[in-house]
Write a protein that binds this ligand. Structure first.
Ligand code: MN
Length: 318
């Protein structure tokens, strides 16, 4: 019998797994990748009796893989907060899915574990750009402002590390990052004991300096759209930059388009003050999907640029 831990390579995925494995230590095969690499079940070839734990990847994107693995006799625990589509009913599937805009997978796992590893859930909620939810979760933990600020910083930096087209764009492979985090019960000890946060914080600041020099290409009162060049730093920073813009302009919706061969990769953030509509907009494009507050299009062909600009403007015209 084999155990698989299949997790999104971002802060939420890593921290969700960290919480579970602190409570249920187990030797497992790790399956992960960049944040956008969500069809992770396609890479798993499990057999009857194997146990899968799946974290922070959309069930809709993995429906075929899940069906195949359940049919093969694998057992599966599935925690997620992305739009799921229809959740299959199967004796071997336990799904914990909550698509509320103010939750994340690590907060779902926190509920599952009765809050026993909550510090990591707080890190993840900050990483998923849910500061209010992070502070609510932290309320019972008696943290001072400095600690809360460090957890926020860690969440943001772990999240930043997951952005890229392939793991070669990243500073750390998410599986290596999880292995580095794994021995630490308390994220504050991880921050003290490893150079990871400092390395990522410096890299993030460099990337952000480059992004801050960009001028939006199409900016109305309710929306702003940025186009980033075809480079590794663009692919790493666009998510963090989008979150930063969203916080600075809470009434405005943002679209960040990173140029690639023949088109763009798109991130959309709904206005923080009305965090809805991002998934509906992106789902209208062939490779789009995500959550109500934050969604994306994996590949927007150059020919669809105008259609996207128009749909984006309409979706958030207020
Ligand atoms: Mn998440």
């Amino acid at each position: 019998m084999q155990f698989y831990d299949i997790f999104n390579g971002d802060a939420d995925g890593i921290c969700a797994l960290q919480q579970l494995r602190l409570e249920e230590p187990r030797a497992t095969l790790l399956v992960t990748g960049v944040k956008r690499d969500v069809r992770l079940l396609d890479r798993v070839d499990a057999a009857a009796g194997d146990e899968l734990t799946v974290l922070d990847i959309s069930l809709r994107s993995n429906a075929a893989g899940l069906k195949r693995l359940l049919a093969a006799g694998a057992r599966c625990r599935y925690f997620d907060h992305h739009a799921a589509g229809e959740v299959p009913r199967h004796a071997n599937l336990k799904a914990f899915i909550d698509t509320a805009p103010d939750t994340c997978t690590s907060l779902i796992v926190d509920r599952y574990l009765g809050g026993r590893q909550r510090l990591w859930a707080v890190v993840a909620a900050f990483g998923d750009n849910l500061p209010a939810a992070a502070q609510r979760a932290a309320a019972a933990l008696d943290l001072d402002d400095r600690d809360l600020d460090r957890l926020r910083r860690l969440g943001e930096c772990l999240n930043y590390n997951a952005y890229g087209d392939t793991v070669y764009d990243l500073h750390y492979h998410p599986a290596d990052l999880y292995e580095t985090v794994r021995p630490y019960r308390d994220p504050r000890d991880f921050i003290e004991g490893e150079p990871v946060l400092e390395v990522l914080a410096n890299a993030l600041a460099d990337d952000l300096d480059r992004a801050a020099a960009l001028v939006p290409q199409a900016a109305g009162g309710a929306t702003a759209l940025y186009v980033l060049p075809d480079t590794s730093w663009s692919r790493r920073i666009h998510g963090f930059f989008a979150n930063q813009l969203a916080r600075a302009h809470p009434k405005r919706a943002h679209a960040l388009l990173v140029r690639g061969p023949g088109g763009y990769t798109v991130s959309v953030r709904a206005p923080i003050e009305n965090p809805r509509g991002a998934d509906t907009l992106c789902s209208r494009f062939e490779t789009g999907g995500g959550r109500q507050a934050a969604a994306g299009i994996n590949r927007l062909p150059e020919a669809d640029y105008s259609r996207f600009v128009e749909a984006f403007g309409k979706a958030f015209s207020g």
